[in-house]
Design a protein around this ligand. Structure first.
Ligand code: NAD
Length: 422
């Protein structure tokens, strides 16, 4: 592939390795340690035969990648999507390791996924698939070893089925600490649903201070109107910003005067998409990235900001709610154009931070108020932002390299101190 007009690779694991290498170069990390960090500790592939509603058996494939646990148990979501691949899951597990290190929470990185299209499955088929997956990975997860959570197209419902299946397998006593992102009724945390969007909003607030951007005058475009995108939009609106463009998997819409988010959420709930929202103009899915705005939030999937469109981005701040939405080539373009990119492993760390709070509450069987959760989150994420911003200035590198190098330093130090055994 030519480097001039195409990104060198769109394979998420190769991208993750490239990011690791570039950051490792900056801190002269020894080659043996690079190899340790480049390889997930364990990657499990499971075959999941399910009886479908039509009586036929269909076999799905699932994965769980456990990247590194030097700083604590593996932690990371479970994704249901037709395009899940083992490479994607491995990359996401590595990014989780860095994310937990930057947020300074005592976890390593893991990630799971099932190749499936949940939109084309009935509720009972989804339940059978989820329980079969939980059963198939039960031996390698655990409240002190690997604690899953939601990701794309999974949520509280799936987490509840996994908790129930795991608890039943292990002697049928309820173990809420096996998984986070649960409904409140079974040990979920207040503030968890909004946590990713809230954490992202805190990082945008801090970035706006650095760039002297007034959030009350700011406009926002959001790609992906799911959990992360919706709450980020709502909380930025609370700070006075105007949401001008939104997209989901089916449509993209624009209103330069600002979209009524509450109305949009109701519309999406009723119609399953943002498509056809009154008082907004339809635009193409590609246009959303290039929308004229102050803050761009990719909140869908990987490889959305590439060498093809990065130079046409007009935003001052790009805040990555999604994991891996920007390719390394696009990173360079944004950096050259003085656009401040808040990388995924910092910007969306609010989700795993409140997952950690949920786990702590579960272990103690003691529950916190929502304002406790939000205040602790603010403190945590603001400190992480300051650390990364300082490293970005000190080393003269973009925010992704700065955050990756900080994370690598922490994980490498933990690995060195623990030593290798056997
Ligand atoms: P979700 O399933 O709630 O929402 C995903 C949204 O993206 C949906 O609105 C969907 O329609 C949209 N989408 C899918 N393909 C699209 C496309 N091609 N163009 C535009 N929109 C598209 O998922 P989520 O939990 O909000 O996750 C979104 C991203 O945020 C993922 O990358 C995920 O890994 C990341 N993330 C989520 C959390 C969390 O706590 N939910 C935490 C950290 C990171």
């Amino acid at each position: 592939m030519s480097k001039s007009n195409k990104d060198v690779t769109l394979n998420p694991f190769e991208i993750a390795l490239k990011q690791l290498d570039e950051a490792a170069d900056l801190i002269n990390l020894e080659s043996g340690m690079r190899d340790v960090l480049a390889n997930p500790k364990r990657v499990l592939t499971v075959s999941l035969p399910i009886k479908m509603d039509n009586g036929k058996i269909q076999v799905f494939t699932g994965f769980r990648s456990q990247h590194n646990d030097a700083r604590g148990p593996f932690k990371g979501g479970i994704r249901y999507h037709p395009q899940v691949t083992i490479e994607e899951v491995k990359a996401l597990s590595m990014w989780m390791t860095w994310k937990c290190a930057i947020a300074d929470i005592p976890y390593g990185g893991g990630k799971g996924g099932i190749i499936c299209n949940p939109k084309e499955m009935s509720e009972i088929e989804l339940e059978r698939l989820t329980r079969r997956y939980a059963y198939s990975i039960a031996d390698i997860i655990g409240p002190r070893t690997d604690i899953p959570a939601p990701d794309v197209y999974t949520g509280g419902k799936e987490m509840a089925w996994i908790m129930d299946t795991y608890s039943a397998l292990k002697g049928n006593f309820g173990q809420p600490e096996i998984i986070t992102g649960k409904p409140l009724a079974i040990g979920g945390s207040l503030g968890r649903t909004e946590a990713t969007g809230r954490g992202l909003t805190f990082t945008v607030r801090e970035a706006a201070k650095k760039l002297a951007v007034d959030l009350k005058q700011a406009t926002v475009a959001i790609q992906g109107f799911g959990n992360a995108g919706q709450y980020a939009g709502q909380l930025l609106e609370d700070h006075g910003a105007k949401i001008v463009a939104v997209s989901d998997s089916r449509a993209a819409i624009l209103n330069k005067n600002g979209l009524n988010l509450e109305g949009l959420r109701n519309h999406k709930e009723k119609n399953g998409s943002v498509a056809g929202f009154p008082e907004a103009k339809a635009i193409s899915g590609e246009e959303i990235i290039e929308t004229e705005c102050t803050i761009l939030i990719p909140a869908a999937l990987e490889n959305q900001i590439t060498q093809k469109n990065a130079s046409r981005i007009s935003a001052k701040i790009v805040a990555e709610a999604a994991n891996g939405p920007t390719t390394p080539e696009a990173d360079e373009i944004l950096f050259k154009n003085k656009i401040l990119l808040i990388p995924d492993i910092l910007a969306n760390g609010g989700g795993v931070t409140v997952s950690y709070f949920e786990w702590l509450q579960n272990l103690r069987r003691e529950y916190w108020t929502e304002s406790d959760v939000n205040e602790r989150l603010d403190k945590n994420i603001s400190k992480a932002f300051a650390d990364v911003y300082n490293a970005h200035e000190k080393h003269g590198v973009n925010m992704r390299k700065a955050s990756t190098l900080l994370a690598i330093e922490k994980v490498a130090e933990a690995t060195r101190i623990r030593g290798l055994w056997p």
